[in-house]
Design a binder for this molecule. Structure first.
Ligand code: NAD
Length: 493
């Protein structure tokens, strides 16, 4: 680890912020040097601890790509500016980006996607969208199991605190940056429990912000609309998987994914970076575009309250783009004026530090700063009643009626077999012959009167199944929360 302290500017006596910097791999060092040079010239008050992460650390045998000492520095400084890193293929190397977000509780990922028409080619000249993506849960919890010969499972976990934090963040962001509308994307017509909770919390929190418009779209048509008419959106909040995909789509349709920066914000720590990767093929050639990391750094400066510096750099950067001074990746004959290297682009931004764009909209970050959100408070527990159990069974037969016959032999007076589904589709009673069945069966045992059952009933069912050589691979308890059934029905039930 290379750790040193550097004072960027001593021109004024404003408070210093101590941050952690990692130059990363590939083009990382070039674009980080460019970004630091611009911040220094703009008067950023930063003390820097540099750490080493990424390829070298991985290849030295550390499968997490980062040492314990570096974690300590990141946790102490709380603000982390990170260049892209290369994750070696295979070899059990863990994604450092995912670990950093999760270990540090960086629940909110923010990606502004604004077009720079007519200076960067785009089909959407009026696009100005901010994607706010939940960063910690959903299918990205990474809890996966193989359960039968034919079926593997990934758990989609959505929590109320996770929803409340990200959705409140979206409304507070909207308020702070003078935006008008928050849109929520879910697929709650299908995933009524998980995406249903996200949508429900969105509706609850939206009521606390009557001055901000709110709307909800089913993610598939919402995504199509975003790709077609992005100018109709303002701030969009969504879960981890949809956000991962659509934030790349949104960045790309502004004109270039290479121009975007992103912030990952938690309750105590924050990490700022470019959207793109380490671009190893163009590393060391002084041709990379440093704009994505510059955008990450501008978000960082706003986060730590150095709003004037952030504003100065953003306006200088916009002026540079507007003057047609472009690196190769965005250079277009007829639009661009001059093709420049990484260093030339950096110097042009510095030369423009007291300039403002003429045609592109100038920015004003008077209201920057880290958002201060209330801590999540756990709600009082709901009334929870156990009303049944789903036994998941590995069975190689093909006839649901035959399986039902076997299962009816193990049922209890208080927990009868009521339904069998295969990959969610009801196949018993009264299934369709045409439905394709795998070796993975969900077998629902419930009280016929919907009355509460005792957990010992589940143990008896499992014992009976074991005695009858029925291979139960997992169970899910069926609950009513506050009297409401809180489990999905079979499709077709
Ligand atoms: P990439 O973003 O590095 O490159 C994609 C394409 O865009 C390449 O043609 C590249 O030359 C170009 N490009 C990217 N950034 C550019 C810039 N600033 N200026 C000019 N051109 C630029 O994606 P990839 O090739 O899929 O990944 C390369 C490596 O980066 C992989 O090891 C991957 O794991 C890693 N990666 C890291 C991060 C991160 O650290 N946040 C993110 C994505 C990918």
């Amino acid at each position: 680890m290379n750790c040193y302290s550097q004072i960027c500017s001593t021109k004024t006596k404003k408070a210093m912020n101590r941050i952690t910097v990692a130059k990363g791999d590939g083009i990382g060092p070039e674009i980080m040097n460019a970004t630091l040079k611009i911040m220094k010239a703009a008067g950023a008050q930063l003390e820097i601890d540099e750490i080493e992460i990424g390829e070298k650390v991985y290849l030295a045998g550390n499968t997490s790509g980062i040492s314990k000492e570096s974690w300590d520095i990141i946790r102490r400084n709380k603000v982390f500016l990170k260049a892209p890193i290369t994750t070696p293929q295979g070899g059990g190397y863990k994604s450092l980006n995912v670990s950093t977000r999760k270990f540090l509780g960086l629940y909110s990922n923010i990606r502004p996607c604004k077009s720079l028409h007519p200076f960067v080619k785009t089909k959407h000249p009026d696009m100005d969208v901010v994607i706010i993506r939940e960063n910690e849960e959903d299918l990205y919890a990474g809890i996966e199991h193989q359960q039968t010969d034919e079926v593997v499972q990934c758990l989609k976990l959505i929590s109320r605190p996770g929803c409340e934090k990200i959705i409140r963040y979206a409304f507070e962001y909207c308020k702070q940056y003078g935006r008008k509308k928050v849109t929520c994307f879910t697929k709650d017509n299908i995933m009524k429990q998980t995406d249903g909770l996200f949508h429900e919390v969105f509706n609850e929190i939206a009521k606390e912000y009557p001055e901000i418009e709110n709307e909800h779209w089913i993610v598939d048509i919402g995504a199509a609309k975003l790709a077609d008419t992005p100018e109709e959106f303002d701030v969009i909040v969504m879960g981890n998987l949809y956000g991962d995909m659509l934030s790349d789509v949104a960045a790309q349709i502004t004109g270039s994914v290479g121009l975007g920066g992103s912030a990952n914000i938690g309750e105590t720590c924050a990490m700022f970076e470019a959207i793109h990767g380490s671009a190893p093929l163009i590393a060391g050639q002084n041709i990379a575009n440093p704009s994505g990391l510059i955008q990450g750094a501008i978000m960082m400066l706003n986060h730590i309250g150095q709003n004037e510096v952030a504003e100065k750099i953003q306006n200088a950067w916009l002026a540079t783009i507007e003057q047609g001074i472009h690196t190769n990746d965005i250079y277009k004959e007829g639009i661009s004026k001059k093709a420049v290297s990484t260093e030339e682009f950096t110097d042009a931004v510095i030369a423009n530090l007291n300039q403002k764009p003429v045609q592109l909209k100038q920015v004003s970050y008077k209201n920057g700063n880290a958002l201060k959100l209330p801590k999540y408070e756990r709600k009082s527990p709901k009334h929870k009643e156990l009303v049944g159990v789903d036994l998941f069974v590995h069975w190689n037969g093909t006839s649901p009626d035959e399986l039902a016959g076997l299962l009816q032999k193990i049922e209890l007076p208080e927990a009868k077999l009521t339904m069998i589904t295969n990959r969610g589709i009801k196949v018993w009673p009264q299934g369709f012959e045409e439905t394709f069945c795998t070796d993975h069966w969900r077998c629902r045992f419930k009280n016929e009167e919907d009355a509460t059952i005792n957990k010992l009933a589940i143990i008896r069912l499992l014992t009976n199944a074991e005695d009858s050589l029925i291979d139960v691979i997992k169970t899910e308890n069926l609950y009513h929360f506050d009297g409401k059934p809180s489990f999905s029905l079979g499709q077709g039930q």
